[in-house]
Design a protein around this ligand. Structure first.
Ligand SMILES: Cc1cc2nc3c(=O)[nH]c(=O)nc-3n(C[C@H](O)[C@H](O)[C@H](O)COP(=O)(O)O)c2cc1C
Length: 193
């Protein structure tokens, strides 16, 4: 039995990638700004290691503003084909510019231009205005490399609590909770479903 939560996550994630028809890396990200009112949206997991769970976005988006005001956040994976969920809670920190540059460079040219074209989360007058803006940028970047916009980067959720939930018969589901201690070690316990 795997008793390290990061290793357990990797094992479940590998099974999810094999089982899910699409977007096994999709996770709900919950944030709450200074007022404490939660908001949630899907993002894609773009890196996982012992430090935590990385995703990329526009830092001037609603989620970016909420994280800037309150670094506490939560992630949720629900892999329906496997009837499993993973709940993760902790603090969010920026990945740093070198890591953001490296990931941005792996995106398609269209997606890189899209990052320039979208004022994510802010009001858009019309779909046509967005498309015109995108086409204008395509023309402007013609023959040039598309660098990462300064407002677009990654964040890493540094987990303090990770719970693995497994569907079991008679609703006697299994919940394995891992809590990170001050020295970095993890303790494991079970929760009633
Ligand atoms: C499956 C899925 C994956 C998504 N992945 C991302 C992502 O990795 N980064 C991102 O900024 N938005 C992603 N989105 C869009 C977000 O859900 C959201 O609409 C957007 O980031 C704006 O959120 P905000 O206004 O709360 O900041 C994804 C949406 C879906 C449905």
């Amino acid at each position: 039995m795997i008793t390290d939560p990061h290793a357990l996550f990797e094992s479940w994630f590998a099974e999810a990638r094999a089982a899910e028809p699409n977007d096994a890396e999709a996770m709900a990200l919950a944030t709450a700004g200074a007022g404490g009112r939660p908001s949630v949206r899907m993002v894609l997991l773009k890196g996982h290691d012992e430090r935590g769970f990385a995703f990329y976005t526009n830092s001037e988006s609603r989620k970016g503003a909420e994280i800037a005001a309150n670094a506490q956040a939560a992630l949720l994976f629900h892999w329906k084909s496997l009837r499993r969920q993973v709940r993760i809670e902790g603090t969010v920190a920026p990945t740093g510019t070198a890591e953001a540059d490296a990931y941005f460079a792996t995106r398609s040219r269209d997606a890189r231009i899209g990052a320039w074209a979208s004022d994510q989360s802010r009001p858009l007058e019309s779909r046509a205005a967005f498309e015109a803006r995108y086409e204008k940028l395509v023309a402007e970047f013609e023959g040039e490399d598309v660098a990462r916009p300064g407002y677009w980067w990654g964040y890493r959720l540094l987990p303090e609590r990770i719970e693995f939930w497994t569907d079991r018969p008679h609703r006697l589901h299994e919940r394995r909770l891992f809590v990170r201690l001050a020295d970095g070690a993890w303790t494991e316990s079970l929760l009633y479903p």
